[in-house]
Design a protein around this ligand. Structure first.
Ligand code: 9UX
Length: 72
């Protein structure tokens, strides 16, 4: 089944930042959808928990160069 995780992502200052974050998340296995909102510093990710988890997604965001915190 599918799960959703909402992250706070800080440091995104333009639309291309959001594109980089989205690409970084979508590189992972088990990602169904990644919605990155640069104006509100949020990333909402729909994923399959059998394939990937919140911490791996959080680290993928940080690997792109932005600070990420799991909100829920
Ligand atoms: Mo936009 Mo983001 O020029 O690191 S891509 S600020």
């Amino acid at each position: 089944s599918e799960a959703k995780a909402l992250f706070s992502v800080t440091g995104m200052t333009c639309a291309a930042c959001a594109g980089s974050v989205e690409k970084g998340i979508k590189r992972l296995p088990g990602i169904r959808e990644a919605l990155v909102d640069v104006l509100n510093n949020r990333a909402l990710v729909h994923f399959y928990p059998s394939l990937v988890n919140e911490e791996t997604i959080r680290e993928a965001i940080e690997d792109v160069g932005f600070k990420a915190t799991l909100l829920r």
